[in-house]
Design a protein around this ligand. Structure first.
Ligand code: RP5
Length: 168
């Protein structure tokens, strides 16, 4: 098996059809200076590889796993079943099905004791997964804490600028 790339954040998705949505997550992580591990792994189609990834993630230096999947979305649940790392779930809106609500419920409704931090459906959730991962890393890493502070400040300034332009 190929040597695993090193990063504190792994972005997994159930299908390459999720990639256009998860680009929002990957780009946001890169803007924070984090080059994530990116893998297509499925709880249903590649269960052994998905479980192996989760079981070895902490030893490989991963600190947060972001798992995106659509339909009966069990990828994030499979991660938490095999890893004690914080798992961030992003429900995908698949081509078929009820607007991502299927994936939202499959991701969020975990049994007690096995939580998945579940984001919004789609691109908003993908971006928030990156920010949430940064918030976790920022607890123990000064550079990450600064990246978070800078991001929040820039976001605030952007909105205030729009408000000022609207009222000029
Ligand atoms: C899920 O099924 C994937 O995460 C994807 O959102 C959905 C459909 O997959 P494809 O049929 O497009 O590969 O496992």
């Amino acid at each position: 098996m190929a040597k695993q790339a090193q990063s504190p954040v792994a972005v997994l998705m159930g299908s390459d059809s999720d990639l256009p949505t998860m680009e929002s997550c990957i780009k946001q992580l890169q803007a924070f200076g984090i080059d994530p591990i990116v893998r297509v792994l499925s709880a249903h189609r590649t269960p052994a590889a998905a479980c192996e990834f989760a079981a070895n993630a902490a030893d490989n230096g991963v600190k947060v796993i972001i798992a995106a999947a659509g339909m009966a979305a069990h990828l994030a649940g499979a991660m938490v079943a095999h890893s004690q790392l914080p798992i961030v779930g992003v429900p995908m809106q698949a081509k078929e099905g009820p607007c991502g609500l299927d994936a939202l419920l499959s991701t969020v409704q975990m049994p007690p004791g096995m939580p998945v931090g579940t984001m919004a459906i789609g691109k908003a959730g993908a971006k928030n997964a990156a920010v949430f991962a940064l918030q976790i890393l920022a607890l123990s890493d000064a550079a990450m804490a600064k990246a978070l502070t800078d991001f929040r400040k820039a976001q605030t300034e952007k909105v205030l600028k729009k408000d000022a332009e609207l009222n000029a």
